[in-house]
Design a binder for this molecule. Structure first.
Ligand code: MN
Length: 244
């Protein structure tokens, strides 16, 4: 069985989501052969060298799962693209490129975070190209911590202000971009997150029926895709109060 989740936006300020995730790790995930984290796992990440005790505890929980035999694959989101090899080694995760094509139940499935599909947001695409450039990444990783904190705050503030201003369809995926990337990858299933609009969309790729499955973000409840012999299922689940 394979599990996929995305957009947990884990942060100390949301103990409810954190508890729900730890509960998910302890109850559902151990039965999975693989767990895929498709980006924006953390609300913010300024570098593997700046882990807070909270982030360390999440890292430890992932480690426990991977030590138990579940393979964990981690893809960057737009919030946590500075997650690096050091974190992955400590957590027992394998860093997955965005996009990646993975065989699931014998079928190639294209996995993405989803932000790169929102091509109508030209300002964001420009910023993304700049931030993900190897030179920028190198500089970001070597900036003093205080400066990285400052920069992260600035980026979050600008992103919030701009998302409010932008039309609804600009922050969603570009419809034509979907069959294009799917044809390029030679797949009939695409799974991504990022837009916080969980759904299963039917479409055609090169005249063949295909589907785009969008994971939901974790906020008032959680979302996961489960793939097993019976097929693929996208479902929400309520947070249980594990503290009780
Ligand atoms: Mn995102």
């Amino acid at each position: 069985m394979i599990l996929l989740i995305s957009d947990l936006h884990l942060q100390e300020e949301r103990p409810d989501i954190t508890r729900a995730f730890l509960h998910f790790l302890a109850t559902r995930a151990p039965a999975a052969e693989s767990l895929y984290l498709l980006g924006d796992f953390f609300e913010a990440w300024i570098g593997d060298d700046a882990m807070t005790p909270y982030q360390r505890s999440i890292c430890q929980a992932l480690r426990q799962l991977s030590d138990g035999g579940t393979k964990i694959f981690l893809m960057h989101g737009n919030r946590d693209f500075l997650l690096g090899e050091r974190f992955c080694r400590a957590a027992g995760c394998i860093l997955l490129k965005d996009p990646s094509t993975v065989l699931m139940n014998g079928e190639p499935v294209l996995l993405m975070h989803g932000d790169s599909l929102c091509t109508r947001d030209e300002a964001y695409m420009r910023l993304r190209r700049y931030l993900r450039h190897p030179i920028t990444l190198w500089i970001l990783r070597h900036l003093p911590l205080a400066q990285r904190h400052k920069l992260a705050r600035k980026l979050r503030k600008e992103s919030r202000a701009q998302t409010r201003m932008k039309a609804n369809d600009i922050v969603d995926v570009t419809p034509e971009e979907v069959p294009r990337v799917m044809a390029e990858a030679g797949v009939r299933t695409l799974i991504h997150g990022h837009t916080h609009r969980p759904a299963i969309h039917e479409l055609h790729v090169n005249g063949q029926p295909a589907r785009r499955i969008v994971l939901g973000d974790w906020d008032t409840r959680g979302w996961a895709i489960q793939i097993d012999e019976s097929g693929l299922q996208l479902a929400a689940f309520e947070f249980v109060d594990a503290a009780v």
